[in-house]
Design a protein around this ligand. Structure first.
Ligand code: SAH
Ligand code: SF4
Length: 349
């Protein structure tokens, strides 16, 4: 049985007209699913009853089942663990801060990249998510907010998995959510984060999209980056930064670098100086987000202290590299990438 969110509007139109229904019914279903954020076929109250029955019998209303729903003590972070149709699990996070409502969504069950400080990386790779499974995470969070007369303002593709390792499905999901006759979420409200798959950054640059790009850098020398992010052995810093420059040149857009500060590893003055060198000669429009590590179970590294975070930022400031210190959110609910699923596995042992 197909899931509603795997279907494009032409797919849906072909399906309902094949049942002898007029084509406009497909648009009506589309509007319910993507604009009015209906939670079920039953909620689509102005569809004829026989059509609703047929839909229920032949189309699955989504493929995600909630396995766990946790809220941080401060109420700012809500994390949902979903079970997929094949029993695999993924996580989606909803963050409330200031006036922003940001969904952090997953693109794969597990991840093949093996970054040593990442809970998802330590699980290994299960499979790619489909466009429908990616789309549905966003709609789910949209529905939760709608109940409180609120709405999503941003989507960050920074949950489990490497989006550029599942490039086509990720961008198909973005396209679906951008549809002006559907969810109508503007491209600039998305941010996609990559570990640094150079050929995909180049491909993305060539598409001239308005979607924001973030690159997980975390180290400014090849030795250290290869130790933390094994993919660096395949795409070392020279190639990565060249692709980033190409992206900025092709799109005219600023790029964000992410840096999780690990005590004594990548929070040293030497790393800060190496980072300045890497992003200068000549400088290009970019921004570094530093965040203290969210320590996962299986990694011995610790988060940098407040003093070391401040010292790191000070060196970047002096070197003319724009830098923002981000706050860790939802620590008490394992809101770091992959940490909730990892903690469930841990509990089950
Ligand atoms: N695979 C993509 C997107 C998902 S990870 C990527 O790596 O960019 C999203 C971000 O969380 C990345 O910047 C990643 O490096 C970071 N991250 C992973 N584990 C972390 C941890 N324990 N503490 C802080 N940031 C972490
Ligand atoms: Fe995968 Fe990103 Fe985690 Fe690395 S940090 S293992 S690329 S999800």
């Amino acid at each position: 049985m197909p899931s509603l969110f795997e279907l494009s509007l032409p797919d849906l139109t072909a399906l309902v007209t094949g049942w002898g229904q007029p084509a406009f019914r497909a648009k009506q279903i589309w509007g319910w699913a993507y604009q009015r954020l209906a939670p079920s076929f039953d909620a689509m109250t102005d569809l004829p009853k026989d059509l609703r029955q047929r839909l229920k019998a032949e189309v699955q209303f989504g493929a995600l089942t909630q396995a766990l729903d946790v809220h941080s003590r401060d109420g700012g972070t809500n994390k949902v663990l979903f079970r997929l149709a094949d029993g695999r699990q993924i996580e989606t996070v909803l963050m409330h801060y200031d006036r922003r409502r940001t969904a952090c969504i997953s693109t794969q069950a597990g991840c093949a990249m093996g970054c040593v400080f990442c809970a998802t990386g330590q699980m290994g790779f299960d499979r790619n998510l489909t466009p429908g499974e990616i789309v549905e995470q966003v709609l789910w969070m949209g529905r939760l907010l709608k109940k409180k007369d609120d709405a999503l303002s941003n989507v960050v593709i920074m949950g489990m998995g490497e989006p550029f390792h599942n490039y086509a499905a990720t961008l198909a999901a973005v396209d679906r959510l951008e549809d002006p006759d559907g969810f109508a979420f503007g491209a600039r409200r998305f941010t996609v984060s990559t570990v640094g798959l150079v050929p995909m950054i180049e491909k993305f640059a060539g598409e001239h999209r308005q979607v924001n790009l973030a690159v997980s850098l975390h180290a400014a020398t090849d030795d250290l980056r290869s130790e933390l992010l094994p993919i660096n052995k395949k795409y070392p810093l020279n190639a990565l930064i060249a692709a980033c420059r190409q992206y900025v040149a092709a799109t005219g857009r600023r790029l964000t670098f992410e840096w999780a500060l690990i005590e004594g590893k990548n929070d040293t003055p030497a790393q800060a100086q190496a980072l300045i060198k890497l992003l200068s000669h000549p400088k290009f429009p970019c921004h570094v987000n530093v965040i203290p590590l969210n320590p996962p179970h299986d990694y011995a590294g610790a988060a940098s202290t407040r003093e070391r975070v401040a010292a790191f930022k000070e060196i970047l400031d002096a070197g003319g590299i724009p830098c923002t210190v981000r706050v860790r959110r939802g620590i008490d609910i394992n809101a770091g990438c992959g940490q909730l699923r990892a903690s469930q596995i841990e509990n089950a042992k």
